[in-house]
Design a protein around this ligand. Sequence first.
Ligand SMILES: [Zn+2]
Length: 153
Amino acid sequence: MNHECPFCKSGTQSLGFASAEEFLAIYNISPILPGHSLVMPVKHAKSLFDLNEDEISGFFTFARKVTAFLCDVYNCEAYDWSLQEGMEAGQSVDHLHLHIIPRKPGDLNKDEDWYGKLQQSIDPANKERIIIPEREHRQISVYLKEQWEVFKT
Ligand SMILES: [Zn+2]
């Protein structure tokens, strides 16, 4: 645990809608499209290279299941994954996380817009960044958690 880290805060972790052993899925507070969620290790790990092989396997197995879940709930067949490591790659929070973004036909003007929007959504200085209100975030998280309980069985 890292006290400076927004993803290590118990308040953030308690909003997780799905978990598996040492991994957690939370709904992004600044989603670029409906369903945009993050999968991360519960413990503070900065990098994929800080996970051992079993953890890597657990991370991606869980991420794949969460992706199938989000595509089911948001009724789509396509998705983007983005994992940014290091400032030059656009990493905003120093705690390993994978963005999962469900995609629908025509959801963005140009398919490649998602990367620009992603950069906008993770930059606290960007005025066009949309952050969903805490109450709404909690409602979405509770809803997804209920759906996950049904889905995972
Ligand atoms: Zn952390």
